[in-house]
Design a protein around this ligand. Structure first.
Ligand SMILES: *Cc1c(COP(=O)(O)O)cnc(C)c1O
Length: 365
């Protein structure tokens, strides 16, 4: 136990026999990719599970985001957050769009909606907020601003698989949402992702863009890429989806334990529980603000005991080498403050509560 490393996350897997049964058809048919039966089955099941109008599957979340940005034919500036994984900003920049960073809320770490309008110019075409750690954005306020200024809203929902606000699927807010099914996420297809959206007119272009822009046996209409989810990924998804509710329930137990031990401690800040939100307990961020140890000291202390948390998200995207010429984290002071103080603690369905207690003991000692 003492020698075993406890990492921040551990991939969920079905049992071996269950996966073997699921891939038997693939062996029989020799249909390995290009929207086969597993792909279609998973797409249908996820549409229902996520309570969304439309969905398309992709080889990963990042390409899903790039494809929806392309499909919407956006041009100009996109208001987004620096407090996220590299993928969000990279997708915007790789589509030839200009990221504009908006600061975040100090409690839930999502985009501060009250700061959006100041950043809107005549070049602004869209807002790309992130439901970070499973905390949902202020979707109603963002919708109001987007309507007023005629902007598209595309959510990075990589952290919010299966979440709902007042019974509405999180992927049903805004014009579109991107989900990631990477191995480390609450629900995985090994690598994988999806875009959910309302406008049926996007169906065709999304299908075409993820398959080289090929629209017929002898016609290629778009400069598309290759972003198709293959049959083995989809089969993994079909299996994992059967168990995801149980996994989320087990994650909930871990989070409740953390909250019980670390809540209302001076200098330790936890994200508030959001009203009306069905959570998936994706991450457990802890902000060390005025605690007897700072974040980096705590990171060190835990590592010495073989507990490996993550400085997620540090550094901020506006300080990345590839963006620092044009941006600075000083422009987003709240995000900078949180980024320098936050640690995400180990959290996965199989994490036993004794280990959670041990982690809390180290932190509180
Ligand atoms: C995981 C993640 C992505 C990228 O998803 P992939 O499936 O790994 O490509 C994008 N945004 C956020 C916030 C993520 O956590």
């Amino acid at each position: 136990m003492e020698n075993k490393q406890i990492l921040v996350t551990r991939s969920s897997m079905p049992n071996y026999e269950e996966y073997c049964r699921e891939i038997k058809d693939i062996w029989d048919s020799h249909w390995l990719t290009n929207m086969g039966i597993k792909h279609k089955t998973l797409e249908k099941e996820l549409k229902e599970y996520l309570k969304v109008s439309e969905i398309k599957l992709f080889t990963n979340g990042h390409l899903a985001l790039e494809c929806i940005l392309k499909a919407m034919k956006l041009q100009g500036e996109v208001i987004t957050t620096p407090f996220t994984f590299a993928s969000t900003t990279h997708a915007i920049a790789r589509c030839g769009l200009t990221p504009v960073f908006c600061d975040i809320n100090k409690d839930d770490y999502t985009m501060d909606a009250s700061k959006i309008e100041n950043l809107i110019t005549d070049k602004t075409c869209a807002i790309v907020p992130v439901h970070v750690y499973g905390n949902v954005c202020n979707v109603y306020e963002i919708e109001k601003i987007a309507k007023k200024h005629n902007l598209k809203v595309i959510y990075d929902a990589a952290h919010t698989f299966g979440e709902e606000i007042n019974g509405v699927g999180i992927g049903d807010f805004g014009d579109a949402s991107m989900f990631s099914f990477h191995a480390t996420k609450v629900f995985n297809t090994i690598e994988g992702g999806a875009v959910t959206y309302k406008d049926e007119k996007l169906n065709k272009i999304l299908n075409d863009i993820k398959n080289f822009g090929i629209t017929g046996p002898e016609t290629v209409e778009y400069i598309g890429g290759n972003a198709k989810m293959n049959e083995f990924q989809a089969a993994m998804g079909i299996c994992n989806l059967r168990h995801v509710d149980d996994e989320i329930l087990r994650r909930k137990k871990v989070v409740e334990k953390y909250r019980e031990r670390l809540g209302s401690r001076k200098g330790i800040k936890l994200s508030p529980i959001q009203d009306g939100v069905k959570s998936n307990y994706a991450y457990f961020p802890v902000v060390f603000d005025g605690y007897k140890y700072n974040r980096d000291e705590m990171f060190q202390l835990l590592q010495e005991k073989n507990i490996i948390p993550r400085k997620y998200f540090y550094p901020l995207i506006n300080d990345f080498k590839c963006y620092q010429d044009k941006y600075s984290s000083n422009d987003t002071p709240v995000a900078k403050h949180i980024s320098e103080r936050v640690l995400t603690l180990p959290l996965y369905a199989d994490l036993d509560l004794e280990t959670v207690d041990k982690i809390c003991d180290i932190i509180l000692k």
